[in-house]
Design a protein around this ligand. Structure first.
Ligand SMILES: Cc1cc2nc3c(=O)[nH]c(=O)nc-3n(C[C@H](O)[C@H](O)[C@H](O)COP(=O)(O)OP(=O)(O)OC[C@H]3O[C@@H](n4cnc5c(N)ncnc54)[C@H](O)[C@@H]3O)c2cc1C
Length: 255
């Protein structure tokens, strides 16, 4: 049973491996932190030589080990990618995660774009234990090489449908191009990815009356609601992605 707890702790790096070009899986010794993490939550990771910590979602959490999956995009993640050992200051778990109670005995889908797959992977692991009728991952990326952890989803019994913008694997185009038709029998939808994808997902889910959740990835500096850098307009109310989200109910968002 998880209760909401937050830690600010120095953790040792176990491994930090490039799983494919520009994508890394980082594992840290997290002690008891690991058992308090819910899918959709994230950590603010302090990177040596970088002023602000960077938010990264929980990719997996078991046996005192926390895993993160990240893409190298700028200075912080580039420095992080060169750290094979040593220690990292991590603050978390932060934010509100996906509601798992909603999923019992239902057909559900996950829609992922880019590195949005990270938090959804942890969600799938947790959902894997529920008795669902159908579980499908719809996953879009730029190219075949950007499609991550497909085998992990298949191993835990998920049907996987992919799209790539360059057509190197699966449907050629955006995953949202094929979503409308495919999700019509689904009861619950979970999505994380770039904002244009989420906008379309929210529109489709609302039209089809599918309930669910989207996880937003706004830039944030503090991760705990103080800096207000990650403010978003949710149903005409200003909310903080870090504290009120990053997971929001589809019903309440207008992206
Ligand atoms: C909740 C959440 C979860 C995420 N999970 C993942 C994940 O699992 N995997 C993954 O690959 N990516 C994830 N991201 C995106 C990831 O945080 C960015 O890719 C990362 O921060 C980039 O850092 P960088 O230094 O490499 O890039 P840069 O583009 O060089 O750095 C980003 C810059 O923006 C600055 N900044 C941040 N917040 C603000 C702000 N509020 N106002 C002004 N400047 C700001 C930073 O300090 C930094 O200088 C997540 C983002 C969020 C919000």
């Amino acid at each position: 049973m998880c209760t909401l707890k937050r830690f600010d702790r120095t953790c040792e790096i176990i491994s930090n491996k490039e799983i494919c070009t520009n994508y890394f899986e980082l594992k840290i010794k997290a002690g008891n932190i690991a058992k308090y993490c819910l899918p959709g939550q994230f950590f603010m990771i302090g990177i040596p030589g970088v002023f602000l910590r960077r938010p990264i979602s929980v990719y997996d959490s078991k046996k005192n080990v926390l895993s993160f999956l990240y893409k190298v995009v700028g200075k912080g993640t580039a420095i992080l990618s060169r750290m094979c050992s040593g220690q990292l200051q991590v603050l978390g778990p932060l934010g509100k995660g996906y509601d798992l109670e909603i999923c019992k005995e239902l057909n559900y889908v996950i829609v992922a774009g880019g590195t949005g797959i990270a938090s959804l992977h942890f969600l799938a692991i947790k959902l894997g234990k529920n008795k669902a009728k159908k579980r499908t991952l719809y996953y879009g990326a730029r190219s075949k090489k950007d499609l991550l952890c497909l085998d992990k989803f298949k191993e835990i019994g998920w049907k996987v449908v992919v799209s790539t913008e360059d057509g190197s694997k699966g449907y050629k185009g955006y995953i949202t191009d094929i979503l409308e038709e495919k999700v019509k029998d689904s009861d619950v939808l979970f999505a994380c990815g770039p904002m244009p994808m989420l906008k379309k997902v929210v529109q489709i889910a609302k039209e089809k009356k599918i309930k669910g959740f989207v996880s937003l990835e706004e830039k944030m500096a503090c991760g705990v609601g103080n800096c207000q850098g990650c403010a978003v307009n949710i149903n005409k109310v200003i909310k903080m992605t870090c504290k009120d989200g990053p997971v929001f109910e589809i019903e309440e968002v207008e992206l």
